[in-house]
Write a protein of this length. Sequence first.
Length: 149
Amino acid sequence: MSTDQIQDTITREIEIDAPLALVWELVSQPGWWINDGAIVDNTIEEKDGAWHVTNSTHGTFPLLLADSREPSYVAFRWAPWDERTVEAGNTLVEFFLAGPGDGPVTVRVVESGFASIDLATDKVADNYQENESGWETELGALRTHLEAR
């Protein structure tokens, strides 16, 4: 597969029956989506200008905060394939929140930048496919977690 065949962007959306402030509180946490389909308490440490999120199963992932506009938008850069490349080769993960203060809240995630990553094409394509289904799982976990509160 050549780089011109790699898809660049994944977009997923879900509606959550919870107050906007509660959704923002979780979605704005670095790496909340690093888990196995259920929200867990990852260890988060700020070091060398990045957030290092450690999940007991999946290891440590550095994330860079790209932008934050409470309570409607937050974006992170991350490189889940190699923690050493977060500053050089990464994707942008954006979360858009919309809805009234008391809910429901629509959460849209857009992960982009796959086509410009300087890694083996098959590795990028595999990561794209994993994340394509992974975002559905993670948004479902987000809804389950927040609606149970």
